[in-house]
Write a protein that binds this ligand. Structure first.
Ligand code: ADE
Length: 250
């Protein structure tokens, strides 16, 4: 049937996350509900999770060992991680290892990933992964913030969530991503809904005016104000971007 073939072709082309984890039961987790979950069910994106333990060679299926030089914790064994990485070699997207020492995840990186065919994610556990893996495999290391999680899995869930909500047909209102925090280097402007007066607090008059141009200007000014006050680092970075744009003559 033609309709059936079309459907399968669409599924085959869907953005695909391939995850290597010692705790595959953590997936899809929160990504199985709400808009991400609906998108997953509808085939707008796809998720494959492989258990790293399936690549262990010995009879105990051991995946870790003590660190050379001593110290606390265990280290993921290179030959096990290597076998797992080889198994996902032909799959779509860049190879990313979630790690607190990685480059901070940004909305720009998220947007670039959403524009590609997918991502391959390696989730570390224990003290980390044998360093030689990074000499042999072209791995990009990414962090979701300056704090230490119990492993890469919650970070992988964060990364996938940030990407899939940008995919066509996943968010209810496809116009909104462009307007929200970070897309323009600014935090979002404040939002209000009914009632127009609540606990004696009034919604700003301009938002009730129906005057689109004034509303647009007000929102931009408020976004700039919030960014300056809450995130001086973002505000300064935006200033630099504007300056270099100016220097290039636009
Ligand atoms: N694994 C442990 N902590 C992490 C973090 N902050 N970001 C990414 N992966 C991690």
């Amino acid at each position: 049937m033609i309709a059936d073939r079309g459907e399968r072709a669409e599924t085959a082309a869907a953005w695909r996350a391939t995850v290597l984890s010692l705790f595959p039961e953590m997936f899809p987790g929160p990504l199985g509900v709400s808009l991400a979950g609906k998108g997953l069910d509808a085939g707008r994106w796809a998720l494959d999770v492989l258990d790293i333990r399936d690549f262990a060679r010995d009879k105990h299926r051991s995946v870790d060992d003590e660190p050379f030089g001593g110290g606390p914790g265990m280290v993921m064994r290179p030959e096990v991680v290597d076998a797992a990485l080889q198994a996902i070699e032909g799959r779509p997207g860049p190879l990313i290892c979630l790690s607190p020492r990685g480059a901070p995840l940004t909305q720009a990186r998220v947007r670039a990933l959403a524009a590609g065919p997918g991502v391959r994610l390696l989730c570390g556990r224990y003290e980390g992964i044998d360093e030689r893996i990074f000499a042999v495999h072209p791995v990009e290391e990414v962090s979701v913030g300056d704090y230490v999680l119990s492993g890469g899995e919650p970070a992988a869930l964060v990364l996938i969530d940030a990407v899939v909500r940008l995919l066509p047909g996943v968010m209810g209102n496809e116009a909104s991503p462009g307007e929200e925090s970070f897309e323009s280097g600014l935090l979002e402007y404040p939002h209000y809904t009914r009632p127009a007066v609540w606990q004696g607090l009034e919604v700003p008059e301009v938002l009730l005016s129906g005057h689109h141009e004034r509303i647009r200007t007000w929102r931009l000014e408020r976004a700039e104000e919030e960014t300056r006050r809450r995130r001086p680092d973002l505000w300064a970075a935006r200033g630099e971007t504007e300056k270099s744009r100016g220097a290039r003559g636009r």
